[in-house]
Ligand binder design. Structure first.
Ligand code: HAM
Length: 415
């Protein structure tokens, strides 16, 4: 037997309602904030990710699925959503009318060591806002994130937030951090030794406990922010206060992608990020577009579902309405007609397609979560009157064949 690739998970029919609930929450929040959907290819030129995510990040260094296509082009499965959306923004001149607010629900691919909450294929609900450097922009995006999380039922996830400054103030900070790292080379893990050379800020994102302990005494980015970045960050925090969004200021939060500037944030649940994002004011220019201030987030759907279940948040299971049960083979055609009348009236309905006994049809209807079973036998066909049984309390209603859709509709609505 051929198994699913390591680090991937099938979404099975019995669980699909959870995914649909999360996607509904995403679409609902997006609609409230006038955020339009965008869809980009699952693979892009590998170069796009090298330039945007950064060639010293773990994602680019260790985790990208890179392949050569039949035309000899170097392609990559997208490891994250922002780069492809930015490519589409530039290529399609989407900057003509600003601000532009988009969202996506898509699969992403990272060759990680699979463990709890870490997959090689995962799905994100993400959103990217283009066009304003004002702090209100950051606040609006974080409000959208909160709206989405609330819609699912989370109201107490921790928002950790920091500012990592702009190009100019980060230069000074990098110098200080590099000095600190070189003084402590013998205490660094091998990845951090490499990061100290290539991109010292990345070291602060290290998950190795000894490094984390050491970095408690590392220089703080907050001491190096220029006055514009400081004012911007203060205004973002004020905006969060004004919107009743609680946060923890975490000056060690740097995130694992190179394109961020100024605000970075994560919503976490027990140490695992269920959402991460921030500003990336320089990315558009790096990829050949005009200067374009942007802010965005990505939220891992598998992690969200897991965190929700751990907290006892339940997802609404859709309940189909009417199962039309055939008492004998002679009435199966009639059952099929009834089903099509009900469906035409917008009522979800189904009849047996397996030749099951009446008892087995009731069992199936119950397992599928049907609200009612309409039983059709030869005598019902002759009289034109059916019994409609409500499965949760056993009540039986009578409905007439001539007014089927109307009477069924009334009974369902009253429930
Ligand atoms: P990220 O922090 O790499 O950011 O991923 C965002 C979220 O995706 C994480 O907080 C986590 O919930 C989920 N996630 C990431 N990797 C995995 C994995 N291997 N398995 C399961 N879940 C995972 C980004 O991807 C940025 N593009 C976010 C962004 C958008 N920033 C600005 N705009």
């Amino acid at each position: 037997m051929i198994n699913a690739p390591k680090g991937t998970k099938d979404m099975l029919p019995a669980d699909s309602y959870k995914w649909q609930a999360v996607e509904r929450a995403a679409r609902r929040a997006a609609e409230l904030y006038n955020v339009k959907q965008i869809r980009t290819p699952v693979f892009e030129n590998a170069e796009l990710f090298l330039h945007s995510i950064g060639d010293s990040t773990d994602i680019v260094n260790k985790e990208m699925y890179v392949f050569e296509d039949k035309g000899g082009r170097k392609m990559a499965l997208r490891p994250e959503g922002t780069a492809g959306v930015m490519r589409a923004f530039i290529e399609n001149n989407l900057g003509e009318s600003l601000p532009l607010k988009v969202f996506y629900i898509e699969s992403l691919y990272r060759y990680e060591q699979p463990q709890a909450g870490r997959y090689r294929e995962h799905f994100q609900f993400g959103s990217e806002f283009f066009g304003s450097e004002r702090p209100e922009f950051d606040v609006e995006l974080i409000c959208l994130a909160r709206e989405f999380l609330r819609e699912i039922g989370f109201d107490d996830l921790t928002l950790r937030i920091n500012s990592i400054g702009c190009k100019s103030c980060r230069g000074e900070f990098n110098k200080a951090l590099r000095g600190f790292l070189s003084k402590n080379t013998d205490k660094l893990c091998s990845d951090c030794r490499r990061r100290a050379e290539q991109n010292p800020l990345r070291a602060l994102d290290c998950k190795v406990p000894a490094c984390r302990e050491l970095y408690k005494s590392a220089p703080r980015i907050s001491d190096y922010l220029c006055s514009d970045c400081r004012d911007h960050f203060d205004a973002v925090l004020k905006g969060l206060d004004a919107n009743g969004i609680k946060y923890v200021y975490d000056d060690k939060l740097v995130r694992g992608l190179d394109y961020y500037t100024r605000t970075v944030f994560e919503f976490t649940d027990g140490g695992l990020a269920v959402m991460g994002g921030g500003r990336y004011d320089g990315l558009c220019e790096i990829l050949g577009g005009k200067p374009m201030p942007c802010v965005g987030f990505g939220s891992g759907i598998e992690r969200l579902i897991h965190a929700a279940e751990e907290r006892g948040i339940s997802f609404k299971k859709p309940q189909p309405s009417i199962f039309v049960a055939a008492q004998c083979d002679a009435v199966r055609d009639k059952c099929a007609k009834i089903v099509s009348v009900l469906r035409a009236a917008g009522v979800s309905a189904e009849t047996d397609l397996m030749g099951k006994s009446l008892k087995a049809q009731f069992k199936y209807a119950d397992r599928q979560g049907y609200l009612y079973v309409l039983t059709v036998g030869e005598s019902e066909v002759q009289s034109g009157v059916y019994g409609l049984k409500r499965l949760d309390d056993g009540n039986v209603f009578t409905v007439n064949d001539s007014l089927l859709a109307e009477e069924v509709g009334n009974i369902i609505c009253k429930k």
